[in-house]
Unconditional design. Structure first.
Length: 119
């Protein structure tokens, strides 16, 4: 009987270590609804989560390029990887930006120096 209990305990510990998230990181995707200093609030459906952003947080745009934290605005769709215990953000991947932002960046790129001289 004692051997059976020891075998069961070892088996349970093995399954726990294999199937648990060893790093303690989780992901959450949603729309940024508030950016206030180092606090970031993201909402998906009825679920709203508050995260802590630090200087070590890596932020990527849609193309995978690292960008400044100043470019995290309200209404951007993001995927956040965070520490599930501390809620500290490890990385933010911008999935989608606003249509208005896309139009503005296209307009800026389409203007050339010759267009400005004509005005």
């Amino acid at each position: 009987m004692k051997k059976y209990l020891i075998f069961t305990a070892v088996l349970l510990l093995t399954f726990q270590s294999v199937f648990s998230n060893a790093t303690g990181n989780k992901t959450f995707s949603g729309r940024v609804i508030s950016v206030n200093g180092s606090e970031l609030i993201v909402k998906k459906g009825k679920t709203e989560k508050t995260f802590s952003v630090s200087d070590e947080t890596k932020i990527y745009d849609e193309n995978g390029d690292i960008i400044s934290s100043d470019l995290i605005w309200v209404d951007k769709i993001v995927k956040i990887t965070y520490n599930k215990k501390t809620k500290e953000v490890i990385e933010i991947q911008i999935i989608k930006r606003l249509i208005k932002e896309s139009v503005e960046s296209t307009e800026i790129k389409s203007e050339s120096p010759s267009d400005k001289k004509a005005e």
